[in-house]
Write a protein that binds this ligand. Structure first.
Ligand SMILES: NC(=O)c1ccc[n+]([C@@H]2O[C@H](COP(=O)([O-])OP(=O)(O)OC[C@H]3O[C@@H](n4cnc5c(N)ncnc54)[C@H](O)[C@@H]3O)[C@@H](O)[C@H]2O)c1
Length: 426
């Protein structure tokens, strides 16, 4: 694909080149390189992956050697100054897909360079960090967004539609679970797993789903977890955890949500990444299950390792289309394409004199804007603090939101002392 003759080009950068890049960013950049991006307001816009910044450069360079032509090649930067070297090539937007606890530093440096940003979930681990990124995006007239692809899952979209249209009325309670195989904690993330927990990594999908779908005000967060498989039974690394959030709605009525996650399910479990949601409303129930909605397939000597028994063909899958072209598509890729369209809209969707108005419109999209990620980040911050206390021999803490002592306040059972995790209003 050549961009000759089309002056509308978005130059992109990518931080990290691991599992999620392989599943979503790589197919997005390969497809858009082939097809460009279309919207009526912008006309065709080329999107080129120009630079990649990683810790060592090895995976990015392997890809470049094997199939770099699929994206037209890019510059690979590694080491301490990789982000600065990457932004000096002049980027319009950048995607951050490094490990969870390394997002903030990269995002800050990208926003300082005036680059539109999209970061993998969880955006950041503390509200203080969120405040800094939102202020930087504001100052430099760019947008800062986060990827929650489960909001694009057709089943979750349908539930939100029924809530939005007031067909399902007032949620009372919910239970969600997401179980990852042992290979994730044991192999894939072995390099950065110490001190981490599966709740921050995946419960965050459901925290956002609940926060965005039902609205309301977060009031209380409690959590616990188990150890002993990934790390020491008394150490800081978690096998599984259980989180509870209490919300209050405009009516004054409350709802409770429990989210259970683990990354130690046996690798030969047919459910693979097993996902379940169950919500109870005043007038109804919504039950969703990744295996029940899906496919069950067995192939001798291939399942469940090389091929999965229950594949999520909605998230991201490779296909032969009915017209015999190969493709890779799904909601995991759609969510990145939508962000690229939003950036294209800001930069090319009308006259320069109206850019600010377009930027503000895109920033007002609560599904992905960092400014609307407050209650989700607050829950993650609370979860991390509660687990940290538990690992230090101080279990069963409770975090309350916006009480008289602060925005996010941790209380230990049997103690009058309060630990303020975040001063401002959540
Ligand atoms: N949306 C989803 O469903 C989903 C699924 C998996 C992962 N993720 C998220 O994507 C992110 C990455 O996860 P992954 O599964 O790809 O991890 P991974 O371990 O497979 O890859 C991490 C990548 O980041 C790079 N890296 C590490 N430290 C870095 C640094 N300081 N600067 C630049 N690059 C650095 C590594 O070189 C590697 O390329 C995480 O935030 C994770 O939560 C999202």
């Amino acid at each position: 694909m050549s961009s000759a003759g089309n002056e509308k080009t978005l130059k992109a950068g990518l931080v990290g080149f691991g599992m999620i890049v392989d599943e979503t960013y790589r197919p997005f950049f390969e497809t858009v390189h082939e097809t460009a991006l279309y919207q009526r307001s912008t006309g065709p816009v080329e999107v080129s992956l120009d630079a990649v910044a990683t810790r060592t450069g090895s995976r990015a360079e392997k890809y470049l050697a094997e199939r770099g032509d699929k994206v037209g090649g890019f510059q690979s930067f590694a080491g301490e100054n990789a982000i600065e070297e990457m932004t000096s090539t002049g980027l319009n937007f950048a995607c951050v897909a490094s490990p969870d606890d390394r997002h903030f530093d990269s995002c800050k440096r990208l926003l300082e360079a005036g680059t539109h940003l999209i970061v993998e979930k969880p955006s950041v681990l503390k509200l203080q960090e969120l405040d800094e990124l939102v202020a930087l995006a504001d100052k430099n007239n760019v947008t800062a967004k986060v990827v929650y692809h489960k909001l694009f899952d057709p089943d979750h979209k349908k539930m939100r539609t029924l809530v939005y249209d007031n067909i399902l009325k007032h949620v009372n309670s919910g239970y969600c679970s997401l179980l990852e195989p042992k290979a994730i904690s044991g192999k894939q993330f072995a390099q950065w797993i110490t001190g981490r927990n599966p709740g921050t990594y995946v419960a965050v999908h459901y925290i956002k789903l609940i926060d965005y779908t039902f609205g309301g005000k977060l009031k209380t967060v409690t959590a616990t977890g188990q150890r002993g498989l990934v790390g020491d039974k008394d150490g800081p690394t978690w096998d599984s955890c259980q989180l509870r959030m209490i919300y209050e709605y405009d009516s004054g009525r409350e709802a409770a949500f429990d989210i259970h996650t683990s990354w130690v399910t046996p690798d030969n479990f047919p459910g693979y990444v097993e996902q379940e949601v169950s919500f109870r409303f005043d007038n109804g129930l919504w039950n969703g299950h990744s295996r029940k909605r899906g496919v069950e397939c067995t192939v001798e000597e291939k399942t469940p390792f090389e091929l999965k028994n229950s594949m999520n063909n909605h998230f991201n899958a490779t296909f032969i289309e009915p017209w015999n072209e190969r493709s890779q598509r799904g909601y995991g890729i759609e969510v990145i394409e939508q962000f690229a369209k939003e950036v294209a809209e800001i930069e090319f969707g009308g006259p320069e004199s109206e850019r600010q108005a377009r930027l503000e419109k895109i920033r007002s999209l609560g599904y992905n804007d960092l400014s609307a990620d407050r209650q989700t980040v607050a829950t993650v911050q609370a979860l991390e603090a509660i687990l940290e206390h538990q690992a230090a021999g101080d279990p069963d803490c409770v975090v309350r939101v916006n009480d008289e002592k602060g925005g996010l306040v941790l209380y230990r059972p049997g103690s009058d002392e309060a630990e303020v995790l975040y001063d401002g209003t959540v």
